[in-house]
Design a protein around this ligand. Structure first.
Ligand code: FE2
Length: 355
């Protein structure tokens, strides 16, 4: 397919000459004024424009300005045509964004060579742009796939560990869902705006499934005990938080995304801390407990109460769970998060399919 060249010149002789030189090699459109050229460009997309500078009504520079304003015409290469040999004119042409400059009267070989080179260059630019775009898309797609694989490995591993204490495996999925709901709700209400950046929100949701990985080191006899734990057993159970952090350091400590690794560690280590400082393993209190862990704590306890466990039946209705949890507002849980969670009952009922 031949390239299309638009020639714009008010001088009929020049137009005819340009056509004569170029026609054997290209398809030509010709207009004798700047306005007619702009009109033509509303519906056509030539590969190159040969634009005369000195024209009555609207000169070549004005046409050029108009071309650069529109996305559809901004990238079409322009070669200016002029009868003068002034350096200033040449400089102005390049400043205006012209790719080249041809003096009149035309010398056929020079005109053909300039046009040919410009089109060749344009083809390279086009191919390069296409290649960069394709590569960028591929990289994005690869990153998305790797992230999906990572997520499913993490959730799979967390599920495997969770299944040891006889729970149904829903805990990992559900707590992650509650965490995401709370994070979104806090964000929608513009709470903790300094901390809840887009990145931190994503990190919290991705980190949630790993909160209990340390349970892998807690003996089955403790994890699966149907009754109340003895003080010694309880101490062993409490160790799962510090174990979690150690395991996380081991598995993802080398990941370059430091903020993500930090969030996973925070959630694992501190999700059993209490707002009043009586929790474990460190006894941190108030907002010294990382926000991610304060959110995880609410989601974790809600799920523990809602689902059946070896040591307890599920609690119903959901209002009763909320009543129990509200008793921990300001002692066990961050009061701000607990207040928001309290108002999320309709949403929770919807995701849990409760009438
Ligand atoms: Fe835990």
């Amino acid at each position: 397919m031949k390239n299309i060249i638009l020639v714009v010149d008010d001088d009929k002789t020049n137009l005819t000459l340009a056509q004569k030189i170029l026609l054997p090699h290209y398809r030509i459109a010709a207009t004798s004024s700047g306005r007619a050229a702009l009109k033509y460009l509303e519906t056509n997309n030539p590969d190159l424009i040969l634009l005369d500078i000195n024209m009555p009504d609207m000169d070549g520079f004005e046409v050029m300005e108009q071309l650069r304003l529109k996305e559809e015409t901004a990238k079409i290469p322009v070669i200016f045509l002029t009868a003068d040999n002034l350096v200033e004119t040449e400089v102005k042409c390049f400043r205006m964004g012209a790719v080249d400059f041809v003096t009149k009267p035309f010398v056929p070989d020079i005109l053909l060579s300039r046009v040919g080179k410009t089109l060749e260059l344009e083809q390279y630019r086009h191919n390069l742009e296409k290649m960069v775009k394709e590569q960028a898309e591929k990289i994005t797609e690869d990153a998305r796939r790797i992230s999906m694989i990572q997520d499913s490995v993490i959730v799979g591993m967390a599920n495997l560990i969770e299944s040891r204490d006889g729970s149904t495996g829903k805990h990992v999925k559900n707590t992650q869902m509650y965490v995401k709901m709370i994070v979104d709700e806090l964000h929608n209400r513009n709470l903790f705006p300094e901390q809840l950046t887009e990145e931190y929100m994503q990190d919290i949701c991705k980190a949630a499934p790993l909160h209990d990985v340390g349970k892998i080191k807690v003996p089955d006899s403790v994890l699966q005990k149907p009754g109340k734990l003895t003080p010694e057993e309880y101490e062993l159970m409490k160790m799962h938080t510090t174990y979690s952090r150690k395991i996380i350091k081991m598995i993802i400590g080398d990941v370059e995304d430091e903020s993500y690794v930090q969030t996973v560690e925070d959630i694992a280590m501190y999700h059993h801390e209490r707002w009043d400082g009586t929790g474990y393993p460190t006894g941190l209190a108030g907002d010294r407990i990382p926000l991610a862990a304060r959110i995880m704590s609410v989601a974790d306890v809600f799920d523990a109460l809602y689902e059946e466990r070896v040591y307890k039946p599920p609690i119903r209705p959901i209002e009763r769970i909320m009543q129990i949890m509200m008793e921990g507002r300001g002692t066990q849980f961050d009061p701000v998060i607990m207040d928001v969670f309290m108002e999320m009952v309709p949403m929770l009922k919807e995701v849990l399919h409760i009438q």
